[in-house]
Design a protein around this ligand. Structure first.
Ligand code: ATP
Ligand code: MG
Length: 567
């Protein structure tokens, strides 16, 4: 099945950094135990992928690519009650968007249902599995605890013939949900609870997204996973640490079944992030209870949410490389993810002007209808990004908080009688403040110095502040959504009240934002920098004439500051 599978190509920027799993693979290749590695990414299609999955995707696809092997995308679709086609489609789209390609290696555990059933029969015939009539509660009671051994089920010693008959009738649909299960016959006294006759099959009368009503018994994760690895020729089955205690069962099943190949399981620490919850169950509740706009809400740690927020795939890959892979659980600062994203955006994002909280400036010595055009660079970090034209006229918008009528000490921006530089344009001086009701500043009347075009003065004058601006005659209005952490606490839910830890200010909507006209043409999926303000991306809700932008991140990098202090 995998002999002619093409190698997984790596995205161009995946750095090769060592980690203990990569070292194991390298040693296996060097010793000739394998020719090339075969890995797999095995999502359960019961929700959207999150940033923790991205860590696993980068690891599995990265190792396969580095050593010339390939990585399978395999859906672990053994629980039809929770699984939906929407999730299958979203997972494929997200892995592809992250930059990884499984070629022809798209599989489903459900592809193997017939083979898995055959192997269940094999275990029964060998006296290594039995049909148990105990209820789920009774099985739990019999299982014992970490300190006490379990007790045998009264059905444990059924004959092979009776077990074969009952298993066939389970498959044929004769019994209700939960009436019977198939269990491996291993050791009810094992110190490892996973070996105390684990359940292999359960009865679930539910339609499956792929197999429809063909089955009413479904294999458990434990019975499906290792055997699927064996069928696919997986060499390194990489999963998170909570499966370490399942490994003896993984190995027991492989040893007791006539599988075509012997895979090995390796475990690494899952990703945990501050201010974030990485559990599909909880993320689904946030969606179902309406705390967010959907699975792809820009505050969600899902791949689709991060994409809608404006995080580039390269930033997520960079983050995965930065944090590495270890065998000890830890919590990563969400600022580290933001730092990785900023470092990519700083190199790649086009610079634009947008005014979030506009205040009108009228240049009184500028002729009524005159428009000048200025050619400005798109990205000082990337000369190849070229230039664009911006218009300058008599009426402009500047940021309201760039002006203070009575400036406090250390406020160097615009104030009555003070001169500032308008970036790429002219020096202006404020002469008059026009107020409306309740004393609110409505307009500033300023003059410009015609000798300062481009932002320099021949006499060497250097204003202390440079402001961004947008020509009022050309500005395009927009809605801007500002985002902050979804949870207030770095460790949400620690007190047991997860939803009480939601940050009520995680989304702030600004209307009447004024953008330079070029922003109306920003393609979906592109993130730009509004100079002095941060990174922004058009939202999927954006329409011609009704633009919506999301703030991806501010420019302030708290993680870089922590690093600089050696913290
Ligand atoms: P969740 O806890 O969010 O429901 P899961 O482990 O049940 O996640 P799966 O779809 O079964 O989700 O996961 C697919 C793969 O992604 C597994 O190999 C799993 O180990 C890995 N994975 C899931 N969460 C993380 C994480 N936080 N960090 C790293 N890898 C993860
Ligand atoms: Mg899982």
């Amino acid at each position: 099945m995998t002999a002619d599978s093409p190698a997984s190509p790596a995205p161009p920027d995946v750095p090769e950094r060592s980690n203990f799993i990569r070292d194991i693979v390298a040693a296996d290749v060097a010793a000739g135990r394998i020719e090339v590695p075969v890995t797999r990414f095995p999502p359960e299609p019961n929700g959207y992928l999150h940033i923790g999955h991205a860590k696993s995707i980068c690891l599995n696809f990265g190792i396969a690519a580095e050593f010339g092997g390939h990585c399978n995308l395999r859906f672990d679709d053994t629980n039809p009650v929770k699984e939906e086609q929407e999730y299958l489609d979203a997972i494929e789209a997200d892995v592809r968007w992250l930059g990884f390609d499984w070629g022809g290696n798209l599989f489903h555990a459900s592809d193997y249902f017939e083979q898995l059933y055959g192997w269940a029969v094999h275990l029964v015939k060998a006296g290594r599995a039995y049909v148990d009539d105990l209820s789920a509660d009774e099985i739990r009671e019999h299982r014992g605890t970490l300190t006490e051994p379990g007790r045998d089920s009264p059905y444990r010693d059924r004959s092979v013939a009776e077990n074969l008959d009952l298993l066939a009738r389970m498959r044929a649909g004769e019994f209700e949900n939960g009436a019977r299960v198939l269990r491996a016959k291993i050791d009810m006294a094992s110190p490892n609870i996973n070996l105390r006759d684990p359940v292999l099959y359960r009865i679930v009368h539910a339609s499956h997204p792929r197999t429809g009503d063909a089955w009413c018994i479904y294999p458990t994760y434990d019975f499906a996973h290792g055997q699927s690895d064996a069928i696919e020729g997986v060499t390194h089955s990489i999963c998170t640490l909570e499966f370490e205690v399942h490994r003896p069962l993984y190995d027991w099943l492989i040893a007791n079944l006539p599988v075509p190949h012997i895979p090995h399981q390796y475990e690494f620490a899952r990703l945990n992030l501050t201010h974030t919850v990485l559990s599909k169950r909880v993320l689904k509740r946030l969606v179902d209870d309406g705390h967010v706009r959907g699975w792809d809400d820009p505050r969600m740690p899902t791949i689709s949410g991060l994409r809608r927020r404006g995080f580039p795939a390269a930033g997520i890959r960079e983050f995965a490389a930065m944090i590495g892979v270890a065998r000890t659980d830890s919590v990563i600062e969400v600022g580290q993810l933001e730092h990785a994203v900023r470092s990519v955006l700083n190199r790649t994002a086009a610079r634009r002007f947008g005014v979030l909280d506009p205040l009108k400036v009228v240049i009184t010595n500028w002729p009524e209808d005159r428009i000048e055009t200025m050619e400005v660079v798109n990205n000082p970090e990337d000369p190849g990004a070229g230039t664009r034209i911006v218009e300058f006229g008599r009426e402009l918008w500047i940021e309201r908080d760039d002006f203070m009528e009575e400036p406090v000490p250390k406020f160097f921006r615009l104030a009555p009688g003070r001169e500032v530089r308008l970036r790429n344009a002219y020096f202006v001086t404020c002469h008059e403040v026009v107020k409306g009701d309740a004393g609110r500043v409505m307009e500033l009347r300023c003059s410009y110095d015609p000798l300062t075009r481009g932002g320099d003065s021949p006499d060497g004058r250097r204003p202390k502040a440079t402001l961004h601006w947008v020509s009022a005659a050309h500005a395009v209005p927009a809605e801007v959504r500002l985002y902050d952490h979804l949870f207030n606490r770095p460790d949400p839910g620690t007190d047991g009240h997860l939803f009480a830890d939601l940050n009520p200010a995680s989304e702030t909507i600004l209307n009447g934002v004024m953008l330079e006209p070029a922003l109306a043409d920003t393609p979906p999926g592109e993130t730009v920098q509004f100079e002095r303000l941060g990174y922004f991306t058009p939202d999927a809700d954006s329409r011609p004439g009704a633009l919506v932008f999301n703030r991806t991140l501010t420019l302030k990098d708290t993680w870089a500051k922590v690093q600089a202090k050696g913290g």
